[in-house]
Design a protein around this ligand. Sequence first.
Ligand SMILES: Nc1ncnc2c1ncn2[C@@H]1O[C@H](COP(=O)(O)OP(=O)(O)O)[C@@H](O)[C@H]1O
Ligand SMILES: [Mg+2]
Length: 483
Amino acid sequence: MASPGRYVPRPRRSLLRRIAFIFVAAVVITALALSLSAYFITKAAQDNEALDKALSQSRFNLFLADSMLPPQPEDADYDRLIDAFKIRGDFGTLVEAGNQTYVSGPNVNLTLVTPELAQKVAAGHIGYQNITTSGEPQLVVGGQVQSRELTIYFLYPQGQRLADLARLRNILLITGAILTVLGAIVGYLLARALVTPIRRASKAAAQMSQGDLGIRLPVRSDEFGVLASSFNTMAGNLQSKMLDLEAGQARERRFVADVAHELRTPVAALVGEASLLKTKLASDPAAASSEVNHLVTMVTSDITRLRQLVDDLLEISRLEAQSVEAVMEPVDLSSFLNQLVQARDWSAGVRLSIPNRIPAVRADRRRVERIIVNLVENALQHGSAPVTIEAAFDWNRSGGEPSQAARVQVTVTDTGPGIPAEHLPHVFDRFYKADPSRASSRGSGLGLAIARENARLLGGDISAGNAPGGGARFVFTLPVLQS
Ligand SMILES: Nc1ncnc2c1ncn2[C@@H]1O[C@H](COP(=O)(O)OP(=O)(O)O)[C@@H](O)[C@H]1O
Ligand SMILES: [Mg+2]
């Protein structure tokens, strides 16, 4: 069934990463747009407000200057005016009266007034200009007192206001960064919540494709839940169909085994009766040359084949139902095969080639014999003598030390016509005969199927091929005995 090392292919592009990335991008763009617009709207509003305030204060100051100064003002009058302005607010003052200038402090002088501003003011307007002197940003507003040939400039410091704006900008930046981090975390969690059921489903599907039909998905109350419950229904149906199928196959195998079992007794009786009949006929000279004798010979041979078929059927159905157990024991292949060749009287047609140093195998003697006999009889029947039985063990591949996976190879090669390539994949199928029309095809076609089932029962296998010089070659492997 399901193999332990399940392979679930990793997607080349991760959905999780993509969803998280899209989410973070959306958060960053939103945070950026909100912060920038909040900052610029606030800045524009503040700039306007500061300018309006400066302009209206300057207008009032100009009016105040006109009403405070006497008709012919002296230096002291101008100084008094500047002192009065100092009380009104935190701004610098520069008074230009004819060729004289009066200032409110040492940092205030005419170089702060740009030619453009001076020109505008000279034309009778109220003008303003943003400047920065020694690191301090200031708004300069200037105007004339019309009736007196007097020009006054007021310098409003902007440092505090701009510092407040800068603080606002920093707060927005930090908030944006925090939002981005939060967005990344939320985005990752969201993406994971979305992707986890998809991953679970694809893993389950992969497991199912490898034969694990018992797999089920947790059912939640969302769209994934619908998918999961459909998947579970599908898996359930498939599983019950498979169980039905397996039960059907088991019934079929049991039926074949039962039939074969039931046929065995009457067929054995028939074999005995036929040979008795043959013996009787042989002692009756009248019948010796008659057609009856010929018929009896045919009946005897057919019944013998029938018995072989019944035995084979019974064996294959038991093997496939896995209702047989192997009696595993250490087997020394060299002496085992030598004894087998002598007992079967194969010495004339079969050559053994077994190296001295071959590890013992762990196997069931009776079943190994069954396999070898099957292969050699096939070689003699479908191929031709001489037949070679070779045993080999790859010491290099096993690193000099027979391991769990190490196998001894037993090869049976004949010198017949070999097996056509198109038949090779099928020779182990039940009832398969490569050439049923040949006289040699008197077997049931079950021999190789039984041999392979036996080999697998012992933890080995058999494969079919052809020798380079023609002739069929069967390779039969057996696990090495673990010391
Ligand atoms: N050594 C061989 N040389 C050529 N053909 C072979 C050989 N062994 C098996 N085959 C082919 O494989 C078929 C299946 O073999 P097997 O299962 O033993 O059935 P059976 O011997 O009863 O025909 C044979 O009918 C034969 O066509
Ligand atoms: Mg055979």
